[in-house]
Structure formats: C-alpha cells, structure tokens
Design a binder for this molecule. Structure first.
Ligand code: SAM
Length: 357
C-alpha cells in the first residue's frame, strides 16, 4: 500500500537522488571508491536498532531500504558479516552508493579505489549503537514521514523488554561506550521507559547514554527517574511560544514542554546530581530566528537552569531555512560547535551540583 509523504520529503528525495548521481560520477572520474564508517563498525552512532529490532545503517531509514538484518534472531556481528551489509560495502568500494541517503550521510568517506577495495570486506564491532525504543510519537512534525515509517515498522512499533535485554547484552559484548536512545519516535511515549533504561544500565553501567525528547510526556516521577539514568537529555523545543513551536512541531505545547524541562532540572538538582546534562535543543527556522526570540529563549533557559541552550540550523524543510543563523550578529556572538550548531553553556561544572556522595 502506498502512503502519503510530505511534499518536502519528496523534494529531499529528488535532491538526494541528484547528489547521489553526482557523487558517483565524481568517484568514477577520479578513480575513487567509498567506505561507510557505519558498515565498517567505525562509528559508535552509525547503526540503528529500530523498534521492530531490524538494524539499519542510517538514522533516516524511512522506507527500510537500509535494513541489514534482524537483531532478534541474528547477532550484530553476523549482521555486519551478512549478505546485505557485505553487498553494500562492495557497491561502495566500486564507487556506487547503495542508497540515495548515502549522499547526505556523515559516515560516507571517499577514498582511493584501491583502498576502498581493500577495505570492502573489513569491519569490526562498533563501540556504540543507537536504539529506537518506540517509533510512536505524540507529535506530527512537518518533515516527518509518519505514515511511511509506521508502515515500514509494521507491528513492531515498540521494543519489548525482552528486546531491550538482547540490545543491552549486545552493547555489553561490544564493550560499547555510547548509546543514543532515540530515533524516529518519542522515547518517553513508552510507558516502560524506566524498566527499559534500567535493563540497559544493568549490563552497561558506565556507557554514555543520550536521548532526545519533545518533553510533553516527561511529566511524572517514574519518567523523571528514567531520565536520571541518562547522561544527556535534549529537549527539542523549537520556539518560545506554542504558536511558534507548532509551526514545525504540530501538536506541540511550549508551556508544557518547558515546564517539564524545568521540573526535571529541579528534580535532578534536588538529588544533588549533575547527570543527565539537560539541554534545550532549539531548531532554528525562519519563523523563530529573530534576535528577540533567541534572547527570550536564552532568558528562559537560564530561568529553567538548564545546562546548555543548543541552537541548530534546520536543513529542512527547505522553505523554512534561517539565513539569520549564519549571517546575523545575534547568532555570531556564539561560536559554532560545528557548521550547523551553536552551543551556549549556561551552567559550567562548578555551578552544577556535585554528585551526592
Ligand atoms: C525526529 S526527533 C525524535 C526524537 C524526539 N521525539 C524529539 O523530539 O527530540 C530526533 C531529533 O531530530 C531533530 N529534528 C527534527 N526535525 C529537525 C529538523 N527539521 N532539522 C533539524 N533537526 C531536526 C529533533 O530536534 C530531535 O533532536
């Protein structure tokens, strides 16, 4: 059954298809091939365990073309050794991109053709994984292809605790240092998130775990306890009022998300903890980028006593991009962490309450 996709997703797909063709032509012209750091196991944030326990090679595997295998039945290293991953690596070595998505993926590397061929069958267990505990979400963001994602995941829209145990054991065996606990759904939509994170932590007490939430459902003590098991939590709140937030995060509610973020800081601080770092992630669009909006966000972030305000450039939808993000003095006062991100540190370590003895 065909599903409806947002117009801007179709535009992105066309742009990616063009970029893929151009990269392939350039590789042929220059006698180069490609290596994927994700398929080589070199990226701790490259492989994604989806809510149906399939393993994808990228974070935007909306239609499932990047699925390499099923972790419920096959160990991760066997999946990386398997025919799909091997086929992808060999195509890349020959200078072809197996997915249009490869054209925009951080983990794609261009290398001389000989080196690409030599590395085509090489891989190792990655030092981390990303985990989508649920694909369900309470919002309908403008760029999200909800219908297609739900269809791709089928009946596996949330991990069971038995699934989380398999993932936890896999991370342990990999000696993983990192786990990203989110992808295309809302992690706190899961009523079992506290049990999930306890299972994850039980086998991996010192692994860094990061998650991202729209904050609306992080509104009770069990969910706050779950949050305390993380090392870093991003609150995606793209504006300073509900009408502004809803331009992109349809169904969003600024006041509730902000209040839940503020209460979590309070809850953490009351226990004398400094983890998780609590970050307000503000995706900058053309409708929330005026200097007064940013100044207001900064003031509210300080009042909530979050650790950081992260301003991040939105690459999509294309019509919502903010030129001010790069050109305006209001933004340039903060150094870029990378080309699309400015982090404003609000609570240096000495101001954050030390871990209780
Ligand atoms: C798809 S969301 C899902 C996780 C969670 N529900 C949340 O809202 O944070 C994952 C991440 O993508 C980011 N994101 C969503 N749309 C974006 C856009 N157009 N540009 C940049 N980042 C975006 C969000 O800020 C969030 O950190």
């Amino acid at each position: 059954m065909k599903t409806r996709q947002p117009a801007n997703y179709r535009t992105r797909q066309r742009l990616l298809a063009t970029a893929r063709r151009l990269l392939e032509l350039r590789a042929r012209w220059r006698q180069r091939g490609f290596v994927c750091r994700s398929l080589a196991g070199l990226a701790p944030d490259g492989l994604f365990i989806n809510s149906d326990m399939t393993v994808s090679c990228n974070c935007q595997d909306i239609d499932g073309r990047g699925q390499l295998g099923l972790l419920r039945t096959t160990p991760l290293v066997e999946i990386l050794r398997g025919p799909k991953a091997k086929g992808f690596r060999r195509q890349l070595a020959a200078g072809r991109l197996p997915l249009a998505r490869c054209a925009a993926c951080w983990h794609l590397q261009s290398v001389p053709r000989d080196e690409a061929r030599r590395r085509a069958d090489q891989f190792q267990g990655p030092k981390g994984l990303s985990v989508e505990n649920t694909v369900r979400c309470n919002l309908r963001c403008v760029s999200c292809c909800r219908e297609t994602i739900l269809q791709t995941r089928g009946r596996g829209q949330s991990l069971s605790l038995a699934d989380v145990e398999i993932i936890s054991e896999t991370l342990h065996q990999l000696g993983a240092e990192y786990c990203g606990y989110y992808n295309l759904g809302e992690p706190f939509y899961s009523p079992a998130i506290l049990d999930e994170l306890r299972l994850l932590r039980h086998r991996n007490p010192s692994m860094t775990v990061l998650s991202s939430t729209n904050g609306l459902l992080l509104d009770n003590d069990p969910k706050r306890e779950a949050a305390l098991l993380l090392d870093e939590l991003l609150f995606s709140i793209d504006g300073v009022s509900t009408p502004m937030v809803q331009r992109y995060q349809r169904g969003g509610d600024f006041d509730r998300s902000y209040e839940n973020m503020r209460r979590l800081v309070e809850y953490r601080d009351a226990r004398g903890l400094r983890r998780p770092a609590i970050v307000w992630k503000y995706v900058v669009f053309r409708w929330n980028d005026r200097p007064e909006d940013i100044a207001r966000a900064l003031q509210l972030a300080r009042e909530a006593r979050v650790d950081r305000l992260q301003l991040i450039f939105a690459r999509n939808p294309w019509y919502a991009m903010s030129w001010r993000f790069f050109l305006s003095k209001a933004f340039r006062v903060w150094k870029r962490t990378n080309w699309r991100c400015r982090d404003i540190l609000l609570r240096p370590a000495d101001q954050t309450v030390e871990k209780a003895a």
